[in-house]
Design a protein. Structure first.
Length: 267
């Protein structure tokens, strides 16, 4: 055992100078290679292919001068896809109203909820929206929209509501000409005309519809189903089926002046 230990120590002492010499040679080799690369890089920069920083580059720099004409070539091309996006909602609405009148309309999103459609793929969730629009001067309408996103559903419903605008007659530009009772599915709606200064004392859905139309004095009672869609549709149907003062006068056997206090534009 002692003989084996002495032989190993001798072997280590003999091999150590060789390892040190190999390491020093490797360091000298890499140092020489690094000096050569540095020299090549300096020689390349001193040639004519070095970047000219005092001139504008066609790719890296933007032109500082404004184009004198629109026929100059563009540096960057548009990356917009050429395909038309399906199921897109645009702001261009085919309506008798111009763009400024459409922007001034009162828009009320009365119903926004999540619905589920069942098909072969299973349950497909989506968002449903019902929007009422009006100018506050007798013109109003409602629309329904459905989409995967709530914002897009509201935009669809708003566009359809603007397309479905209709005019509603108002007595003295503030209330109804007569009391109404209308039934829509399981909802029974009672609308009553009121004197000046009474205000709008109705269901909150009917309240928003009256504000969009411009009715200021009215009371209402909702009986039966109070589902928002039924109440809104019942209100629009009831207001569209109301009788005019001339029809009421003919039905009662009286003159129009006896029914309507505004006679030929005079008080």
């Amino acid at each position: 055992m002692l003989t084996l230990g002495r032989s190993l120590n001798k072997l280590a002492l003999v091999s150590t100078p060789r390892i040190a010499s190999v390491t020093s040679c490797t360091i000298r080799h890499y140092a020489s290679v690094g000096n050569e690369d540095h020299t090549k890089r300096n020689n390349a920069l001193n040639k004519d292919n070095a970047p000219q920083l005092d001139k504008l580059d066609a790719i890296l720099d933007f032109p500082t001068e404004k184009p004198k004409s629109l026929d100059q070539p563009k540096l960057f091309t548009s990356h917009r896809p050429s395909e038309v996006v399906l199921n897109a909602v645009t702001d261009i609405i085919d309506s008798p109203l111009n763009a400024s009148e459409q922007s001034n309309l009162m828009k009320k999103a009365l119903v926004i909820k999540r619905v589920v459609t069942m098909n072969g793929k299973g349950k497909q969730p989506s968002m449903y929206a019902l929007v009422v629009v009006g100018n506050g001067n007798g013109l109003a309408g409602y629309g329904e929209g459905k989409d995967e996103e709530a914002s897009r559903a509201v935009r669809k419903a708003t566009n359809r509501a603007i397309k479905n605008l209709r005019y509603f007659e108002r007595y003295d530009d503030r209330t109804l000409a007569m009391d109404l009772t209308h039934k829509f599915h399981a909802t029974t709606l009672e609308l009553r005309s009121r004197p000046p200064g009474f205000g709008i004392r109705t269901n909150h859905y009917v309240h928003e519809i009256c504000r969009c139309i411009g009715i200021q004095d009215i009371s209402a009672k909702v009986r039966g189903s109070t589902t928002p869609m039924n109440v809104i549709k019942a209100t629009f149907e009831a207001l569209s089926h109301q009788k005019q003062p001339q029809d009421i006068a003919k039905m009662r056997g009286k003159k129009l002046a006896d029914v309507q206090h505004v006679y030929y534009g005079g008080q």
